[in-house]
Design a protein around this ligand. Sequence first.
Ligand code: FRU
Length: 607
Amino acid sequence: NIMKYRVTLLLMFMNIGICLAQHAGLKVHHLGANHTLIQVLEPQKYLLLPIEEAAPEATVNVLVNNQCDQTLNVRLAMNRVDYLVPFNLEEYKGKCVSFNIHTGNSRANVRDAMEDACWGEIVLSNTYHAENTEKFRPLYHHTPLWGWMNDPNGMFYKDGLYHLCYQYNPYGSMWGNLSWGHSTSKDLVNWKHEPVALVPDGLGLVFSGSCVVDKNNTAGFGKDAVVAIYTSAGASQIQSLAYSLDNGITFQTYEGNPIITSDKECRDPNMFWHEKSGKWILILAAALEKEMWIYSSPDLKNWTKESSFGKGYGAQEGVWECPDLMELPVRGTDKTKWVLICNINPGGPFGGSAAQYFVGDFDGKTFTCNSNPEVTKWMDYGKDHYATVSWSNAPKNRHTVIAWMSNWQYANNVPTQQYRSANSLPRDLELFQGEDGECYLATTPASEIESLRAGAAMKYGSFSAGTRKVSKKLPIVNSGVCEIALELNARSAEMVYITLANAKGEETVMSYDLGKQVFSMDRTKSGLTEFSKDFPAVTVAPCPKGNKQALRLFIDRCSIEAFEGEGRFAMTNLVFPDEPYTTIAISTAKGTCKVNNLIVYPLNVNK
Ligand code: FRU
């Protein structure tokens, strides 16, 4: 008996030993084939959750004194751990926290379930390494430190800071757990990561929306309160309000939520102050109706539907999402026109998601489009420019937009891990009169981007190029991130090629077909393309008439943004070259062309 007692003691001791080694500070109870309870006994800053992207989502209920405080969906690793994400325990300091986990793995019994890879690596830790470790992570485009990002949200300017919130999953690099991540910047190019601004509540996930600065305290939350209106996405999509009295760092949800409801799928409210009618205007996407609904309000809380726009207008294939409405000057005139931005998915010009816009008039109640319904205008002619909206309250009546630099066709599968997706460069908008008499958007990279130019510019001057490529070097530092500016005089050449390439033979080929008046970008051989059948593509933009063309290119590890010299087209495409591109080469199909003022600016951020 004594022997049995000793063996039992020894076994108990070993068990405790294993428990301590694997799960210091935690008590893990495997309760069933799909059920595990983890008690946090000695908390540290984070509980690190092991993720496997191919695993099904587990439902993780965070309990505080055994009451459910929040529910997360987490792809807890079954077969292998792809990466870890931190769950922040600091906000629960002094409280008794446990995680009640229902895995989605359909294991047959508890013994098999215990083998799941996550249980070996789930740990408490005081640190989480979020350094910029991935080779495709952009240097000067905004990305979350870890986790998934889609649409830009709630952008406003106040007291010298640009605020950028975004659709964020802190618990994995795929879409889910939608919250508003938050970053701030003095100059739109150097970003500081702030605490998450809004998290899901009983009304649903926090989908896209906008923020305004309530200068006259119309809502009664206080002068200069920052007011956010966003979509609460639960069983239905309804619109909710939250406000911040500390410049947008923390938000309080409004007790009267929701503030707008509908029996139709409606989302992504975007608001602004309309001076002429002395009212707030909100534009809401009736996604499946393919309409934008326009509301007005005196106080941001009570909204009246004024009108709708869209039936039969523009691209109609996909759902309508993420609207914006703004008044812009028409270049070279003293006129202004109103622009209604309408992001659609799918139905973009090269498949998947894209941003279209309409130009017209707005009288405080109704938007009237100046073009025929069949006219479709695109903000950007690449594949990776979506959910584009503008900053509210920007200085000098500036209208600056930013996009999510991805496409719903493959956003969840691009070859990054610790984070997924970046924003485009911030861009300033104006209108210009096109050769066909229509008004179009001119999109210019925000001038602040020039402050990224670092080190000696590589000035290649002017030279001729024919059918043989004339090749120039790109910078080596920072994996070659750079801005390239050039002017082209095509002379006798109708087709001019601009090729970015590396020693592995990977290349992105841009071309001007001046006969057809188009600029294109071919990324079919750009590097890694096989993660999605929809990724390899040639995108095409109309370019201005004539032999003389000016171009600006921005390269940042996994993206190329091309802008016509005066912003008359923009084209944004992701590329994943295995090694950075090291050369830019110019050639023609026939005849010679002249390249003028080719300058390559190495870029860097202020670290
Ligand atoms: C657009 C969108 C929005 C929605 C959000 C959800 O990309 O579908 O309509 O609010 O993403 O993440």
